[in-house]
Unconditional design. Structure first.
Length: 200
């Protein structure tokens, strides 16, 4: 599954690119994620998601590669559910380009996911991705706008990540998907009642 997103941050491309080199600062901006270890361009971490009353936790690892001249960052990620058979792998490519508002970040994600989230399909996953990337962009903007104070927490010192609620993000899409079948069902019920009255 391929997902494409674009967002803008209020910083010059050089400043934004420097920030993207600092995974320890950028990782906490991702909803539901915690960075556990960071060793050069290799890292491990955890992600927690919630779909309604069901919570899923993933533990995984990744590597990062950068093209300094093109200001392009690539992440290869893989993980699995800590209490389930679900797996997830992704290649995420982020390209930073100059924009009148600062820096435009184009993100392409090639995602392969199994287990419970796979049942949502592309439409819902796109909607979920849009909202998560939107939250990530908002946090990056706050990070770039605020003066840097104090030390960044070391990887592995964070507690359990706060679950990102996919159920809330997916609900509008689920309702839209259900609208036509629900209308058809309602029409069928009304028709049966009308025919029943005429039969009497």
């Amino acid at each position: 599954m391929q997902l494409d997103h674009t967002f803008t941050v209020p910083a010059a491309p050089d400043d934004a690119w420097k920030l993207f080199h600092d995974l320890a600062r950028v990782a906490p901006c991702m909803p539901g994620a915690v960075l556990d270890t960071l060793d050069g361009d290799t890292f491990t971490g955890r992600v927690k998601v919630k779909v309604g009353a069901v919570q899923m936790s993933y533990r995984g690892e990744g590597t990062v590669a950068r093209d300094e001249q093109a200001r392009t960052l690539s992440l290869d990620l893989s993980g699995s559910e800590t209490r389930g058979a679900g797996t997830a792998s992704a290649r995420v490519t982020a390209e930073l380009v100059e924009d009148p508002a600062g820096t435009r970040v184009r993100v392409r994600t090639d995602l392969d996911i199994t287990g419970r989230p796979a049942q949502f399909g592309r439409g819902i996953m796109t909607e979920v991705g849009d909202r998560i990337v939107g939250q990530f962009a908002d946090r990056l903007q706050e990070l770039l706008s605020a003066p840097r104070t104090g030390a960044v927490p070391a990887p592995g010192t964070a507690a359990e990540p706060e679950a990102v609620d996919l159920g809330a993000a997916a609900l509008p899409v689920l309702l839209r998907k259900a609208a036509v079948p629900a209308a058809a069902l309602l029409a069928a019920v009304v028709l049966i009642r009308v025919l029943g009255r005429r039969g009497r």
